[in-house]
Design a protein around this ligand. Structure first.
Ligand SMILES: Cc1ncc(COP(=O)(O)O)c(C=O)c1O
Length: 379
């Protein structure tokens, strides 16, 4: 079986987890602090707050920014559902933005026109609070434009950088652009802690709020226990954090391996009916959390059959990510229709994620592309 992903878990990861388990100190100790320090210094931010997963990180970020019921948050239409569920769970309203089909990221032209429309009406203008751009599949969204629009309308920006640890644009890392920025350590990401997430920020007051929110609302600065807000238990365990430290030491190596394999796929896919991901614009370092190709348009209605053929050939594949406005909940709640987000409609119908991980060999990659080409004969 050629697997979609295999996390790079090695002897040092196993040894450190074992050592922590043997101490019996499993929560709220120095491993979490060490992991936070490793991530903060890698990215170059003053604060990193480790949490149980990136969904919790995004949810806590909205709460820390005081996003309230009735507020509006602009968000990409094409992402994992968590990006939007957290808005809904705050009682706020997502306003979806279509994507740029070349990068799969938020279309900043659509963002600007949507903001102009919302800001022209006093009833909506007063409710617009934040923008959540996603760095889809590990490539940065157009952050300079998004930040300038946010500044124009005085909005907060939360980067959903779940897939983008190590990615950068013009030398500036994911996790340094927004007020709060969220990463995932789920096993399909470059490095993993099983489940896990982290929030980065330069804002002292926000980091204090987040540390309270993740730990039942306990004041992180008080010497005597005091509860300053209602909070969650969204803590990361010590053994996860210890593994996070050893995983961080491999991050650059893993990113280099993923980029090298992505380039090989690009070459293998030339002269096939499939479309490789468009090369990143100059200055953008793509970390390829997923390698997502587009099926030829006429094959899109047969995608499920193609996926089945690939699995029969021993090759794991999956779709790109979710067309969130067309999922049952969001379609029903906001009355969204096919055609409302034409680029997302097209990408969501044609995208296919193929295997990418450090253990993938050149022969595996040739086998994947050969099986893809053969699959078209079976539909
Ligand atoms: C873009 C995006 N946002 C958020 C999440 C949620 O991350 P987690 O699984 O760590 O909660 C994911 C997970 O895959 C994701 O891809």
């Amino acid at each position: 079986m050629i697997r979609l992903t295999i996390p790079s878990i090695e002897e040092d990861d196993l040894a450190t987890v074992r050592a922590v388990l043997e101490t019996g100190y499993l929560v709220q100790g120095k491993q979490v602090a060490a992991f936070e320090e490793a991530v903060a210094s890698y990215i170059g931010v003053p604060h990193a707050i480790a949490v149980s997963n990136c969904t919790a990180a995004l949810h806590m970020s909205l709460l820390a920014l005081d996003v309230r019921p009735g507020d509006i948050v602009l968000v990409t239409a094409y992402s994992w559902v968590a990006t939007v569920n957290v808005i809904e769970l705050c009682g706020a309203q997502p306003v979806f933005i279509d994507i740029d089909p070349a990068t799969f990221n938020m279309d900043v032209t659509h963002l600007e026109s949507t903001l102009q429309r919302l800001m022209a009406q006093p009833e909506t203008a007063r409710r617009v609070r934040a923008i959540i751009p996603v760095h889809t599949f590990g490539q940065l969204a157009d952050m300079p434009v998004i930040l300038s629009l946010a500044a124009r309308y005085n909005l907060s920006v939360i980067e959903d950088a779940a897939c983008a640890l190590g990615a950068s644009l013009d030398g500036k890392q994911a996790g340094t652009w927004g007020s709060l920025n969220c990463f995932s350590f789920h096993p399909r990401k470059a490095i993993t802690t099983g489940e896990g997430g982290i929030i980065t920020t330069a804002d002292e007051a926000l980091q204090r709020r987040l540390r309270a929110l993740r730990n039942h609302g306990i004041d992180p600065a008080a010497s005597v226990q005091d509860f300053i807000m209602p909070g969650f238990n969204n803590r990361m365990t010590e053994f996860q954090a210890a593994m996070g430290v050893t995983q961080m030491q491999k991050l650059d190596r893993i990113i280099a391996a993923r980029r090298e394999r992505a380039l090989r796929y690009n070459t293998l896919l030339e002269h096939t009916p499939f479309t490789a991901p468009v090369l990143s614009p100059a200055g953008s370092l793509h970390v390829y959390q997923s390698y997502v190709i587009m099926l030829p348009p006429e094959a899109a209605p047969h995608r499920a059959r193609i996926m089945q053929i690939m699995v029969e050939q021993g090759i794991q594949v999956t779709i790109g990510t979710c067309h969130i406005p067309m999922t049952t909940y969001y379609r029903t709640r906001y009355n969204t229709m096919p055609g409302d987000f034409p680029a997302t409609d097209e990408v969501a119908a044609r995208s296919l994620t193929i295997p990418l991980h450090e253990q993938l060999t050149p022969a595996d990659q040739s086998a994947v592309v050969a099986a893809l080409c053969e699959s078209l004969e079976g539909i």
